[in-house]
Design a protein around this ligand. Structure first.
Ligand code: NAP
Ligand code: MG
Length: 492
């Protein structure tokens, strides 16, 4: 057999048709209730509104549970409970508050399989991500902040940190339980109490989290969990008893909130959208860069605020990198998020899928070149193939707007100056990636890029001790680390 043919065969084995795997569905029970209640003042209560909506599983489009739709009266009740709990909670010695946080962290670890399955069923993310990322990270946030609770005097040497009061928190659907942990853990460690609302499409794990608080014996009213729609979020934001609003979500809603809070004296932190540049220089290790690019944009179906959604590649390696990227894309397994081999699961909702498709169509209409590997998408549920666009120009919508889906826009550059110019040419500034062999280039790029987080020769790495947050229209304030603590306190 000629050498060329055997090479081609080997290549096909490696990169060609995917080997069929037998289905490997995760089988642990998720213990999802048919109908949930609100968690207010340490009790499960039916909403005063008497209204419910369905949570749909994007995996198959079927109804998963009924979620209470809280109204302004429910929000009032939650704030009253949080206000009552604030006095005793804030006066507890830090070490005592820390014990509750340690307990919550351990309980999350104990029940991580159950919560991972629930998160995947409700939100559509691959089980290997909810199991290996969302749950361990959520627990890590509670552990980390448990450690701070009795050491706050070291967070601001020579000064005393005081809690703010009742914190209103509103979170998005892409990392439901993890965003809840990012919000609740620092608030509690610093002595505040909380009213929190999960996103409409992913309320299940937040409402299940109430059972963890109950198991941990957290005093009633310290955390109140309220589900509902945008107007429920607005009722939290505008509640007169909120000392601070912590919001993670879209820039559009962030702007509405900032306008609503202007002049009220309430503290505000906003974690909003992004359109990060992942920059690959011609001296970068290309295979590693390919893995980082794939992780940067296809992790969690691209529903990631800091996703590396704009690939900037230096001209000399563009052809080779794109070829390797296409090959790698053909090995990604798209499908049932409950299957342990799945790399790309379901798109969170029908609405989000429609938004992604609309933006993809705009890319085609504006003249970019689309590439999608051949893959069979499940017939039911909401799915989208991993997508690359090459020949993208800076004016294209797919280079400017946050797609929040598994879609990568590829642009090229010649010099570091051009890379900086293009990377910063966005209204956002949450994150960026740099791939190069040279440490000096990394340092230069990191200081020139207007982004809250810059990863070098890696992407999407998180740690509770590392502050996360944006520049420009990606918001302000930090979550995680000492900076995150300071945003939940005032200096006495
Ligand atoms: P979204 O529409 O802004 O919703 C976020 C949350 O706000 C949801 O709980 C939503 O409730 C609620 N909400 C809607 N309208 C509101 C209003 N007028 N007042 C108060 N609350 C309101 O965003 P999303 O579509 O869920 O999430 C995707 C966005 O979040 C992306 O832009 C992404 O980049 C961003 N994000 C940022 C970070 C970060 O750390 N910077 C992290 C994750 C996500 P309903 O669900 O009921 O509408
Ligand atoms: Mg859902």
């Amino acid at each position: 057999m000629p050498a060329k043919t055997s090479r081609t065969q080997a290549r096909e084995l490696l990169f060609g048709d995917l080997w069929e795997f037998d289905p490997a569905p995760e089988s642990a029970p998720a213990h999802i209730d048919e109908r949930y209640k609100l968690f207010i003042g340490g009790r499960y209560v039916t909403p005063k509104s008497k209204k419910y909506f369905d949570s749909i599983s994007p995996r198959d489009g079927k109804k998963l549970a009924e979620i209470p739709h809280a109204n302004a009266a429910d929000v009032d009740a939650a704030f009253a409970a949080a206000k009552q709990a604030f006095g005793p909670w804030s006066k507890l010695p830090g070490a005592e508050r820390g014990k509750y946080l340690f307990r919550i962290a351990r309980l999350l670890q104990d029940r991580s399989r159950e919560f991972a399955v629930a998160e995947t069923l409700d939100g559509g993310k691959p089980i290997k991500e909810s199991r290996d990322f969302d749950l361990p990270m959520a627990a890590a946030h509670f552990f980390y902040h448990a450690g701070w609770a009795d050491k706050l005097q070291y967070a601001a040497p020579g000064r005393t940190l005081e809690p703010l009061g009742v914190i209103g928190q509103v979170i998005p659907w892409n990392f439901p339980l993890l965003m809840l942990a990012w919000k609740i853990a620092p608030a509690l460690a610093t002595g505040n109490t909380v009213v929190i609302k999960p996103a409409e499409t992913t309320s299940v794990t937040a409402l299940k989290f109430a059972t963890i608080l109950e198991q941990a014996g957290l005093p009633p009213g310290v955390v109140n969990i309220i589900s509902g729609a945008g107007e429920t979020g607005a009722a939290i934001v505008n509640h007169p008893d909120a000392a601070k609003i912590a919001f993670t979500g879209s820039t559009e809603v962030g702007k509405i909130i900032q306008r609503a809070l202007a002049g009220t004296g309430k503290k505000l932190t906003l974690e909003l959208g992004g359109k990060a540049a992942n920059i690959v220089f011609d001296d970068a290790p290309l295979d590693q860069a390919v893995e980082g690019i794939v992780n940067g944009i296809f992790f969690n179906q691209g529903h990631v605020c800091c996703a590396g959604s704009r690939l900037l590649v230096q001209e000399g390696v563009e052809k080779e990198l794109v070829a390797r990227l296409k090959r790698r894309l053909s090995t990604l397994r798209v499908g049932d998020p409950l299957d342990k081999n799945t790399d790309i699961g379901a798109i969170n909702s029908k609405e989000q899928l429609a938004k992604i498709k609309e933006l993809v169509q705009s890319g085609i209409d504006e003249g970019a070149e689309i590439y999608q590997p051949s893959c069979r998408l499940p017939g039911n549920g909401f799915y989208h193939a991993p997508t690359l666009f090459s020949g993208v120009s800076q004016s294209h919508r797919i280079a400017r707007e946050e797609i929040f889906g598994p879609v990568l826009s590829i642009l090229s550059f010649r010099t570091p100056e051009e890379a900086i110019e293009k990377a910063n040419n966005t209204c956002y500034g949450l994150s960026a990636g740099v791939w190069t062999d040279k440490g000096s280039k990394i340092l230069r790029m990191a200081s020139a890029l207007k982004a809250g987080v810059v990863w070098a020769n890696t992407y999407n790495k998180f740690d509770p001790s590392s502050p996360f947050g944006g520049y420009k229209e990606s918001g302000f304030g930090r979550e995680g680390g000492r900076h995150g603590l300071l945003d939940y306190t005032k200096l006495a």
